[in-house]
Write a protein that binds this ligand. Structure first.
Ligand SMILES: [Zn+2]
Length: 458
């Protein structure tokens, strides 16, 4: 058994310096609209992987300098290769006024580092880099090859990842993959996921008149917002549950093994989350058990945002010419995003809403799940239990989306999660934060996992 005590000590001793470097990384406002910041963050991580001792390869999309590069960092060798799927782009930080301290001026408070992207995914990525560094420093040669795949468009649908990966043939042919992060719930229990959901993001809009009219004309002119609201009202039933025709197309009934995993999950954490969100019931009055099943097996239909007319201070008596909404739909395995998008169009047309148009570009990603009895999931659970000191919870799928279909789907590569992202890290929200004690544990768990991964047979 390797001397993990020395490794754990190395991690503890380096956390202060590592927190400083994560602070630097989080200063890049690498949002999808800020190409210089994206390129700055890409260079920063390429340089850091180089310092780790990795062979770094920055992959640009030929002929399109507006696509942020894929940074590949490969370290170690041997018959087993692990792809670690990560990203250096971040969600938009707006609204700034809801942040306690500015999102790109990272600050430590109460053992947490606060910044946009500090958990998702810069901190989780760095925890893995630190895990590899600690392994090399205390145990020597890596037992397998680790390949970091660090992209810059994850928060915007990984639209070019397939093309970028295709530029390096064979890069997907590996023995296992890690999704970008790993979770710890509010009571400190690690969570292991074996998959991700897919997603569609689409904008719908109505243009009802040539330009905004004086609102006295509302008696005779069609209102774009009213029209859009009528169309949207058909997307959910009275309980707020999705009612889009064909939304469930392709959904296979869960296997007994899948149901068993889902039902083995304790529901205590969901009760906490209800409190955290300040709600006293789930949609449709679902109990916690039903909620966990729904969060795993059922597609969603969600409004991201709605905009129309005048929303500034005071009043402006207009009948708006246009109204817009952005919808996202989370998919489960075997659902084809293109077909579901066509179903959404047909749902509208069937009800006479041909005037509700789709925006030019819809983001689409497929879901991907590893079979629940895969040894990679057992390995992740074992090391997480060893480091976090609590039994690991298994999940078939993360509730969210990551580009695992692009990386793993073609060759049916097994995948899992691993790390210290916590339920109250406020990923995608103001005051995003990363617990530094969990950041250290994520490094320790990564290092141990390499030994477990290298020992997997078949
Ligand atoms: Zn992420």
């Amino acid at each position: 058994m390797p001397d993990y005590a020395a490794l754990d000590r190395y991690v503890e001793e380096h956390m202060s310096a590592w927190t400083d470097e994560l602070t630097q990384f989080c200063r890049f406002p690498s949002e999808s609209t800020d190409l210089p910041a994206l390129r700055g963050a890409a260079e920063w991580i390429a340089e850091r992987l180089d310092r780790l001792g990795a062979r770094v390869d920055t992959v640009e999309l030929p002929g399109d300098p507006n696509v942020p590069p894929l940074v590949i960092g490969e370290i170690g060798d041997g018959p087993m290769t692990l792809n670690a799927v990560q990203h250096y782009d971040v969600q938009p930080a707006v609204p700034y006024e809801l942040w306690t301290t500015p999102p790109y001026e990272p600050e430590v408070r109460d053992g947490r580092l606060y910044a946009r992207g500090v958990t998702d995914n810069k901190g989780e990525l760095m925890s893995r880099v630190w895990g590899v560094e600690a392994y090399l420093a205390t145990l020597g040669r890596l037992p397998c090859r680790v390949r970091f795949l660090v992209e810059g468009e994850e928060e915007y649908g990984s639209g070019h990842l397939d093309q970028l990966l295709d530029l390096r043939p064979g890069i997907r042919k590996v023995e296992g993959a890690l999704i970008e992060g790993g979770g710890v719930d509010l009571v400190g229990q690690p969570e292991i996921v074996g998959g991700v959901r897919g997603i569609i993001v689409v904008e719908l809009f109505v243009k009802s008149i040539a330009y905004d009219a004086h609102s006295s004309l509302a008696t005779v002119l069609p209102s774009a917002p009213a029209r859009l609201i009528q169309a949207l009202a058909t997307f959910w039933n009275e309980d707020g549950q999705p009612a889009v025709d064909g939304l469930n197309d392709g959904v296979l009934p869960p296997t007994p093994a899948q149901v068993a995993i889902v039902d083995s999950t304790s529901t205590a954490d969901l009760a906490d989350r209800k409190r955290e969100f300040g709600v006293d019931r789930f949609l449709g009055g679902m109990n916690e058990r039903e909620a966990i099943r729904a969060m795993t097996f059922t597609p969603t239909c969600n409004v991201q945002g709605l905009w129309a007319g005048f929303t500034g201070p005071g009043a402006k008596t207009i009948t708006p010419a246009e109204a817009h909404v952005r919808i996202d739909i989370r998919l489960v395995p075997d659902q084809d995003p293109t077909a579901i998008l066509a179903n959404l169009r047909a749902h509208l047309d069937r009800r006479g809403f041909e005037d509700v148009k789709f925006g030019a570009k819809a983001e689409q990603e497929r879901a991907y799940w590893t079979t629940p009895d895969d040894p990679l999931l057992d390995a992740a659970a074992r090391v997480s239990e060893a480091v976090f000191g609590r039994p690991a919870k298994r999940r078939l799928s993360a509730p969210g989306t990551a580009p695992m279909w692009q990386v793993c789907g073609r060759d049916t590569i097994r995948m899992t999660s691993l790390g210290g992202g916590h339920d109250d890290c406020r990923a995608h929200a103001p005051d995003e934060n990363y617990r530094l004690d969990y950041a250290a544990k994520a490094a320790q768990v990564t290092a141990r996992f390499l030994d477990e991964f290298a020992a997997i047979d078949g």
